[in-house]
Design a protein. Sequence first.
Lengths: 436, 287
Amino acid sequence: MLHLSHQNIQAASIDPITGFPNRAACFNKISQLAKQPASEKRLTVIWIGLDRFKRVNESCGHQGGDLLIFQIASRLRDRTGHHTLWFRMAGDEFVHLSWAEDPDQTEKLASALLDEIGVPLALNNLTLHPTASLGIAAFEPGEFPHACLERADHAMQSAKRAGGNRIVTSGKELVPGRLGIRLAQDELQIENKLHLAIDHGKLHLQYQPIVAADGSLLSVEALMRCNSDQISPGEFIPIAEKTGLIIRLGEWSLLEGATFARRLQSAGQKSSVSINISRAQFSMPHFPQTLHAALLCANVAPEQVELELTESLFMDNSSIVQINLRATKDTGVRISIDDFGTGFSCLATLKDIHANKLKIDRAFVVALPHDRRAFSVVSAIARLGQDLGMLVVAEGVESREQADALLEAGVHAIQGYIFARPMPEDALLKWIRNRK
Amino acid sequence: MTPHHSALETQLEISLNKIGIPPRPAILETISAEMKKDEPDINHLSAIISADVALAASLISITNSPYFGFRGRVHTAREALMVLGLNVASKAIAGLVMRRAFPSSPHLERFWDSSARIARLSGWLAQRIRNSTLRADDAYTFGLFRDCGIPILISRFPDYPNILKEANQDALRSFTDIEDQSLPTNHAVIGYVLAQSWWLSEETILAIRRHHDVDTLKSTSIPPSINSRHMIAVSQLAEYLLQKHSGLSQTQEWAKLGPACLQLLNLNNEGLDRVMAEATEVIEIEN
């Protein structure tokens, strides 16, 4: 029978190139650490896989590969300190175990390690630019310790599949959603709920009044809402944008909003309905055809419909956006510049935009009435808009003081909770009747 | 006004102008709400349908049509729901109420009758074509909604009947290209927008938009899904078989899209002949 001495066992568990303990040692260590009494700090795994290491071995030989591993390992150890727990898991993979106070701390460390790895390195007269994929997993109470390691490994693989040179935290791995777009777990859930809502016709529009300085109703903005599974627009709109579903939702709201504009017109209301159009929707070659189709189906006068486009779209020089801008204008619908002042506005381009309305972003409104610098900016935008023949609207207005400051600054109309929250069609019609 | 624009069309135009878009009827909302329950109450559903006598009668008549392949005859809305199953029945009802959402006119009656025939034969074909995963109810719904943009365009553009005639006769250019030449949009895009407001499935909506596009049939890129492409191919085949049976071919669509449809459905000439022979029996029973 073979008896291994303590020294022999230790030598066998240490990787000779890096001096890091090996894979088996890592599994033993995590089992041991997981037994420690619970504290505020959580045991956290960072699993690092070098990207395209095989190519280094191919072009520089195994010796070159070993040299690279040695240098990277030294950098990692230098970065975290010599007493930290590093392991070499496989040819090009390392694991770091630590106790972290919060997830941010681990992500910061992972990011620093990624930077460290990325410093160019000379090898056999070649300059290499190493990159790595990092997976993070925090030990869950009651979890089998090896499962935590496995999650970190999966997260690393997920980072690799996403193209490498990135960090993925376990539970936030990107997996393909229904439309093939890679999403994190929480995003997938929202995507599923959104699909269900679409399949069951559970989306609807709500309308928020935009009131002119003289108290008359200038227009209403149509806002998408989902009345099932409690998903808020703040949750589902970003996912819709990510997956491309926003185009379908946008086309639906275009017709829905235009049809409401027709009903307002039939009810003798002159106010138009503003509909938000996303960049993705506006960048589709068939956008003008869809717009015409919606206007025809709704049978509404085009000037009763207004499209809200974010300011960055007007600065977009791509031919498709420019063609669509001209075609939109030709239909006779109104155009509004949304969220003005937050993007990279180019004043030189602004002079060429023939929009009917300019909406000042709420970021300026929240600073009023006390912030005089914000007041100056709003006054300047209001003057500029007016000189260029646009109505200037401020959104997100909540208090009388804000409204007074905005009107003093020369803003033409106001939208916000001060008048009404977004509401369903019936409630809006009642609101209009009650104001008379 | 063009010579083709009859008094009837003017009347239709006025009534469609009044109504604007045909909204998704309330009865569909009620039915779909019931169907979403874990255990839909078939008695409640049949009561809702039976309250609308014309709807119940149409549903019974559809159920007894040979396309659905049932030998016996049903006599009540409840029996129709049992025989068709709730999914197929709800789609059949959607088709029936859609037709009623448009103002009735003899001119449009012909149009809807033809759509309904294509839809029913499409449903039958979907079951008959072996390599397709397309469901009969989806093929049926697609057939009904495929051309629903046409009545809207007839109502909005006095010259549309002429454009329609030209598009039907052109053997080279795609149908929608001819519409696009004279109009700011075309019936496929209108149908697509309308189908969205009725919350039809994504596959159906995309198929409506691309149903005259030969490249869509040939392409393997996704979307549109294979089911969307099969919807287009099956309905084109249904239209071709019906035209062949009646001896009245008013369109050039089969010449333009037929080969791609057959390839997609994996039908050679022999297979097509067999389908034709079987379809003829079904078409004749209905007539």
